[in-house]
Write a new protein. Structure first.
Length: 125
């Protein structure tokens, strides 16, 4: 098999794996046997490219979640202050708001501390 055909199959399997829930389903969607898909998936080239593709897909999903964060906060706060919402829902919304606020505060603190450590390391050099 030529190198270009190998790389084309590798890329097709990566796309199929990102879309399907298993190697068997990915192989079936490509019209190849699960054994062939398994062999392709065990090559170092495949594993490196697949990891990179998964990172890119995850990064895109994370970006979408970050874009929706404002709407999510609005929904959470609306439930929290809505007197017609069940008390359990308002309590849960309040707890989640406090939890996320505390996490944000901790991350900001870590960022400040990391900047101080990096600055101190830079001054030592």
């Amino acid at each position: 098999m030529r190198a270009s055909k190998k790389s084309q199959r590798r890329e097709q399997l990566i796309v199929a794996l990102l879309q399907q829930s298993s190697l068997e389903k990915a192989a079936a969607s490509m019209g190849i046997s699960p054994v062939t898909a398994w062999r392709i998936s065990k090559t170092p080239e495949f594993q490196q490219a697949y990891l990179q593709a998964r990172r890119q897909a995850f990064s895109q999903a994370t970006s979408r979640l970050q874009q929706a964060a404002g709407a999510a906060v609005s929904t959470l706060l609306k439930i929290m202050v809505d007197p017609s919402a069940p008390a359990a829902s308002r309590l849960r919304a309040a707890e989640r708001a406090l939890h996320h606020a505390a996490e944000g505060f901790e991350l900001e603190n870590l960022e400040v501390r990391l900047e101080r450590v990096e600055k101190a390391q830079g001054e030592k050099r």
